[in-house]
Design a protein around this ligand. Structure first.
Ligand SMILES: C[S@@+](CC[C@H](N)C(=O)[O-])C[C@H]1O[C@@H](n2cnc3c(N)ncnc32)[C@H](O)[C@@H]1O
Length: 789
């Protein structure tokens, strides 16, 4: 990329730097013409697109090498390593129809199934056996392994049928004898009960939107005075209403999750992940996702029919059921397998940045849609989305030009005209930068056990860890979702199940009032300057939301210091300066930051703010309140030394907490000192105190001092409620921690009351999906109820 950018002549660079949307055809054709005569360009195209150099090619030799490594580890009893090596072998093995050595691939799945069996992962083992059977149905060992795994799960009838088919295929006498013994054992386990055919559903459940919950809100797109288009509803909306659900126009997994998450539904990969049948790049959680993304059916070998004559009707039915995947019907008539156009033997989709590859997916989909609906074959699709091409920094314009040219070459066999496509790609890339949404999932609680039990605690004692993490798993474009504007105080909560966007109201919204989600930054989490900076850097707009247009308590206290005067509760700002304008509004400024806000309208807000900054309400004269100066009494602190001391106390608390977690119990005695040091520097409502209280609570809980932990947890909640508001999701997570402490203290009644409070907030944000997404809430509730019985 840099190689190409650096050789562009200065005049052309200037032309591109100054270009507007109207000039794109000219700038694109000039740059393309220049590149076409350039050897460096041909070599870059060769590196990105050449099938010979592609790292993503399937290779039977590599697959065989990985298989041998897997076998060696299996023999040594290192099943986890063996499993990983067999997965690698499957990644490299050609598994598309026609290219596949069915026996080899069948053996690979069966070997991985054996490793899974040894690791006690029976469902995963059964799924892999099913794949081995689908690919190579006459493989006795795959049927045998499946029978054994079903037996481990006490599905004795199914296990017997599996073993009986295995027996009919087994060639060796010793093998046959072993299977007969196993069958006899299973018969003795189920006694005289008649055999019943039991279907075990071994597929992975994919989280989709709850079809039972309907969206009845009548959404309208309107033009707003200062945010372009925006969404409203023509009727009043009550809190917790699901207002919109949508599948993405196109989506892509982010680079950091490529190895860990399904490339279609973005769920965490199971141990028996599946790979694209033609290349080594994407990985999927199930046949359903693979088939939807790649556009071909997971293999169902014709060899199955060779079994028909040798099996009884019951065994034959069982065999057929075992290889037929219950692929869900795709209701979307415009569904285009999104990996299909990327899977041509070259690895460009793994090399180019995520948003560029997403632009390719959007282009392919909209072009295909036009072909389908209008039969218009010589057309390259575009979107009616907003973009900010004209405002993009000059260097970025050149970069987008280069990526658009590369992408058009990568997709040339699907496009009617490269020249036409390049300028459209440039627009598309800038549209994606503005309109795409990050798909965020809750991190699985398997490796992040929020309410885990420490070995030295009693059965009813819990140790909670920090708030539940969210993982940014994908990037997507939603046709309607992208019309919702941002607010740092949103009235709509956006979340994802799989890749489906869900929008839910979190307060009463009157008809025709703007419906706004948060693009990331929120009041309570960051101050005004930080939020504006993030939105400007990531989305190139200056935020005009309600949270950024009116003075609020959170922005004054979140990063503030404590007034040095004993009896003063005033906040001291660390970097911003507040100045009163002649018209009564306020100017908030810092080094290169200036933002005008109005005074709060509500009496309650005024009252809360005047406790920490009553100078802001002085009417008579114009004034300026500088950083380092108390907003109640003008007393000053030395900001540099205060920041240094605050950082040191925070680091001390972190370090002491880790020592406690590492079983150095004596460190606990130093924690209160560090916390009181921090309290002497930071304002009592600052986020630093909230974070410190939370950490101290965790440390005390870890050593079983739940009463002290509870006090710190309550202190943290009190601050969070001030910084955000009482019904914010961050507060709900903290309530859950407090509930776990009440439980550890044996106070099930208080625990239950606290869980109910948290549950109300979770339901406001996630409605009926709470149980699916936060199963620990239900678990903890059950525990509280059972303790109370
Ligand atoms: C995803 S689009 C939202 C729809 C957009 N208003 C439109 O007309 O297509 C994001 C763009 O909307 C505008 N926008 C969204 N929220 C805003 C806000 N709080 N303040 C100012 N502009 C905003 C900005 O121009 C931003 O780049």
């Amino acid at each position: 990329m840099e190689r190409l950018k650096s050789v562009v002549p200065d005049e052309l660079k200037l032309l591109i730097a100054k270009s507007t949307v109207e000039d794109l055809y000219l700038t694109c054709s000039s740059l393309l013409e220049f590149f076409q005569s350039l050897p460096q360009f041909r070599s870059v195209i060769g590196e990105v697109m050449g099938c010979e150099v592609a790292l993503c090619r399937k290779s039977s030799e590599s697959a065989l090498d990985w298989k041998k490594k897997g076998n060696a580890c299996f023999i040594e009893g290192d099943y986890t390593k063996a499993l990983n090596f067999y997965s690698k072998a499957l990644q490299y093995a050609p598994t598309s129809v026609g290219n596949m050595d069915q026996e080899f691939v069948g053996v690979l799945y069966a070997n991985r199934a054996s490793a899974l069996h040894k690791m006690g992962l029976f469902e995963e083992c059964i799924r892999d056996c099913g794949r081995a059977i689908a690919v190579y149905p006459v493989y006795a060992k795959a049927w045998y392994r499946r029978g054994k795994a079903n037996a481990s799960l006490k599905r004795h009838e199914t296990a017997i049928l599996d073993l009986e088919i295995s027996l009919s295929l087994e060639g060796s006498l010793s093998g046959k004898n072993q299977i007969k013994e196993d069958i006899q054992l299973l018969h003795s386990l189920i006694g005289t009960r008649s055999l019943s055919f039991s279907n075990c559903d071994t597929r992975i459940e994919i989280m989709h939107g709850d079809s039972a919950e309907q969206c009845n809100t009548k959404l309208e797109c309107v033009t707003t005075p200062d945010k372009g288009r925006g969404m409203i509803s023509s009727n009043d909306i009550s809190p917790a209403t699901l207002i919109h659900c949508e599948e993405p126009l196109a989506a892509i997994v982010v680079k950091s999750c490529r190895e860990t998450h399904c490339h279609l539904c973005f769920s965490e990969l199971p141990m028996d992940a599946l790979f694209c049948t033609s290349c080594t790049i994407p990985v999927y959680c199930s046949e359903h996702c693979l088939e939807k993304a790649v556009g071909i059916k997971f293999i169902q070998s014709e060899l199955i029919y060779s079994l028909q004559n040798n099996l009884s009707e019951q065994h034959w039915q069982h065999a057929m059921h075992s290889i037929s995947w219950n692929t869900q019907n795709n209701a979307d008539v415009f569904h285009l397998p999104e990996h299909e156009h990327e899977c041509g033997g070259s690895h460009w989709s793994a090399v180019l940045p995520t948003d560029i590859v997403l632009a390719g997916r959007v282009m392919m989909r909209s072009t295909e849609r036009i072909k389908l609906t209008e039969g218009y074959l010589n057309h390259v699709g575009t979107l009616e989305f907003s973009h900010n091409y004209d405002q993009i920094p000059p260097n970025e314009k050149l970069e987008i030009h280069v990526y658009a040219i590369l992408l058009a070459h990568c997709l040339c066999r699907h496009l009617p005209s490269i020249e036409l496509a390049i300028s459209k790609f440039i627009l598309l890339i800038s549209q994606i930068k503005l309109n795409s949404m990050a798909i965020v999932h809750m991190k699985s609680l398997k490796d992040h056990d929020t309410f885990k039990k420490s070995s030295n605690l009693a059965a009813n004692e819990h140790v909670f860890t920090s708030t539940i993490d969210q993982v940014r798993v994908g990037l997507a474009i939603y046709s309607t979702g992208r019309l919702f504007n941002h607010s740092c105080k949103p009235n709509i909560h956006a979340y994802f199940l799989s890749r489906t966007l869900h929008l839910r109201s979190i307060e009463h919204v009157p008809a025709r009032y703007p419906l706004e989600i948060s693009y990331g930054p929120q009041v309570g989490q960051l101050d005004l300057q930080q939020r504006q900076q993030i939105l400007e850097e990531q989305y190139s707009f200056r935020c005009h939301c309600i949270g950024c247009s009116e003075l609020n308590l959170s922005d004054l206290v979140i990063n503030s210091f404590k007034c040095p005067k004993q009896d003063c509760f005033g906040a001291i700002l660390g970097s911003t300066c507040y100045e009163k304008n002649e018209d009564g509004s306020l100017m908030v400024s810092a080094a290169s930051f200036h933002h005008k806000i109005s005074m709060p309208l509500f009496i309650e807000c005024k009252r809360n703010i005047s406790k920490v900054a009553h100078l802001l309400f002085e009417k008579d004269n114009l004034w300026k309140l500088n950083p380092g100066c108390c907003l109640n009494c003008f007393a000053c602190v030395d900001l540099k030394s205060s920041s240094t001391m605050s950082n040191k106390s925070m680091l001390d608390i972190d370090w002491l907490k880790s020592s406690v977690f590492a079983d150095e119990e004596r460190s606990i005695s130093d924690i209160p000192r560090s916390l009181s040091e921090l309290r002497s520097i930071r304002h009592p409502f600052s986020k630093f105190i909230a974070q410190a209280e939370d950490k101290v609570a965790e440390a005390f809980a870890m050593i079983g001092q739940f009463d002290i932990a509870k006090q710190h947890c309550e202190a943290s909640i009190e601050i969070l409620e001030k910084l955000y508001h009482k019904e914010h999701i961050a507060v709900a997570h903290e309530w859950m921690k407090l509930a776990s402490l009440h439980l550890s203290l044996g106070d099930h009644a208080k625990a239950l009351r606290t869980i109910v409070k948290a549950e109300a907030i979770f339901s406001l944000h996630y409605g009926s999906h709470v149980t699916k997404m936060f199963s620990f809430v239900e678990d903890l509730k059950k525990e509280a109820i059972s303790l109370g019985l």
